[in-house]
Design a protein around this ligand. Structure first.
Ligand SMILES: Nc1nc2c(c(=O)[nH]1)N[C@H]1C(S)=C(S)[C@@H](COP(=O)(O)O)O[C@H]1N2
Ligand SMILES: [Mo]
Length: 517
């Protein structure tokens, strides 16, 4: 009964905290604790967790925290049955830890403490109610065997071990459980359901002041199994450190531009959407993408040129780093000169003809062609500070990743599929290659380490996207290996030298084995 009491008190605290977080639009304490754990975890442990759990690492962490809380709750509940003060003290200790975590992460949010305080109060209330009704069974007012017998006589359906006290406890427990589950569910669902004017579904994006022409015919070769030129939003890879997807309200969103500038300023979404927006086709790539990996995607982005935004603030000389920060506290350092050199670096609001999906940074993110995402593509961006690389280090730079990270020229075989089986004779080889903001000049393939020959390239709208390639080989039945390498427009050919993603991106040739039959 003690462990049930403890479990339910923890459940009540978590449910009420989620409800309060949903109502106030502030961070869930469990997520805040998770963020602090992630921040405090040494890089090697993080990499191990990511290697082990992949993109499920966040779910594993949040579940882990919840399990720890419940186990602690069960133990405290047993103790509380003897000494209630122990139960309340335990609750207070966890509340203090939660409070520390949310204040560490969200010192600027006036509501940050509310979920923890409401949760602690609900936990204490549940504990008091449950201890009282448990006390009716075990405590000083314990009913003797006679009372049970009486109860049995009055309510024959109640088993011999049951009594009015125990039934009271079961009723209280059921009530607490139902209340916490409802509070938790409503808290999670509330932000979306309430979703007023700032909800993603309500955001009407203006057309671009300078719309791009439609993609040239022939960007897609239409080969079965090849990566489509335009990645649908739903299939776009997602990489970030956020434990739960931030779901921002566009009417509350603000971007502050400050630091080494003449005129710091803030803009909101209405102002941003009233400015002349542009479109750009840009392929995004993650530095963690392995050779042959799929952490790369292409979209048509809608946004305001970052360079114009910075010009409005007036960048002071010496400010070589644009340090951007997301709503959830992630930071990113981008070379100022890259953003100012004329390329289509955007403060983006649209992706693939829609507002940015929540997973991809709604309501606004950065997109800079030619740089890996970790040094350029801040999602849920709320702060841009002009600073010096020598003065401030962004999130991944603090964890031994590169400070400057242009995307390496890379190519991938999509067709045939790895270890696939194809009819012998004329075999189609196809895939994609990228060298953003330089452009791909050539793609070569070779089979079974024979001579290299040139693949045909599809059309591209510019130098900031990937390109599809295709080649044909006449192959006898048997096992074959195909390798691919690209050359960018500066004449640099992809190196065969294998490098791991850390610190500045993987290198090496992609090869796959398949069988012709
Ligand atoms: N707020 C925030 N933005 C972020 C990140 C992050 O962890 N947090 N990760 C970056 C990295 S490493 C990459 S590769 C891109 C991925 O963008 P996508 O998830 O839209 O594909 O987002 C970048 N922007
Ligand atoms: Mo990334």
């Amino acid at each position: 009964m003690g462990s049930v009491t403890g479990l339910l008190a923890v459940g009540a605290a978590l449910g009420a905290a989620e409800l309060a977080a949903g109502l106030t639009g502030s961070v869930s304490p469990v997520v805040a604790v998770g963020d602090v754990v992630v921040d405090a975890t040494p890089a090697f442990l993080m990499e191990w967790a990511i290697a082990l759990f992949g993109t499920a690492d966040k779910l594993v962490l949040v579940s882990g925290i919840v399990v720890v809380l419940f186990v602690a709750g069960a133990v405290l509940g047993v103790l509380a049955l003897r000494r209630p003060a122990l139960g309340y003290t335990g609750l207070a200790v966890f509340a203090a830890a939660g409070l520390a975590a949310v204040l560490l992460r969200r010192a600027d949010d006036p509501w940050a403490a509310a979920p923890v305080l409401v949760g602690a109060a609900a936990g204490a209330l549940a504990l008091a109610l449950l201890l009282r009704s448990a006390g009716a069974v075990h405590g000083p007012g314990r009913k003797g065997p006679r009372a049970s017998a009486d109860a049995e006589a009055a309510h024959p359906q109640v088993g011999p071990a049951e009594g009015p006290g125990r039934r009271g406890f079961v009723l209280t427990a059921t009530g607490v459980l139902a209340g916490s589950a409802t509070a938790g569910a409503v808290g999670r669902w509330l932000p979306d359901a309430l979703g007023g004017a700032g909800a993603r579904s309500r955001l009407a994006l203006p057309a671009a002041a300078e719309p791009l022409p439609a993609l040239p015919a022939g960007t897609d070769l239409g080969i079965p199994g090849i990566t489509p030129f335009s990645t649908p939003n739903a299939d776009f890879y997602r990489i970030d450190t956020a434990l739960t997807v931030p779901r921002l309200d566009s009417t509350r969103w603000r971007l502050r531009v400050h630091g080494m500038v003449d005129e710091p300023f803030e803009i909101d979404m209405d102002e941003l959407l009233a400015m002349p927006l542009v479109e750009a086709d840009i392929t995004l790539t993650c530095v963690s993408n392995q050779v042959g990996g799929d952490l790369v995607g292409n979209s048509r982005w809608l946004g305001f040129p970052l360079a114009d935004l910075l010009r409005r603030a007036g960048v002071r000389s010496g400010a070589d780093q644009i340090l951007s920060t997301s709503d959830d506290g992630w930071t990113c350092g981008t070379p100022t000169e890259v953003v100012m050199d004329g390329r289509d670096a955007l403060l983006a609001v649209g992706m693939g003809g829609e507002p940015l999906p929540h997973t991809h940074g709604y309501p606004a993110r950065m997109v800079v062609p030619g740089l890996y995402g970790f040094v350029s593509a801040t999602k849920w961006v709320t702060d841009i500070e002009l600073t010096r690389f020598a003065d401030e280090k962004a999130y991944w730079a603090q964890r031994d990743w590169a400070v400057r990270a242009p995307i390496k020229v890379m190519s991938r075989v999509d067709v045939p599929a790895p270890l696939g089986r194809v009819p012998s004779g004329d075999v189609v080889l196809a895939g994609v290659a990228w060298a953003q903001h330089r452009g791909v000049d050539a793609v070569e393939v070779r089979v079974d380490e024979g001579e290299w020959w040139q693949a045909d390239l599809a059309e591209v709208p510019g130098i900031d996207t990937w390109v599809q390639w295709v080649a044909e080989a006449d192959l006898d039945p048997g096992q074959h290996t195909v390798e691919v390498r690209a050359t960018d427009a500066t004449g640099r050919t992809q190196t065969s030298e294998r490098a791991e993603p850390i610190p500045d991106g993987a290198s090496g040739w992609h090869s796959i084995r398949f069988t012709a039959e």
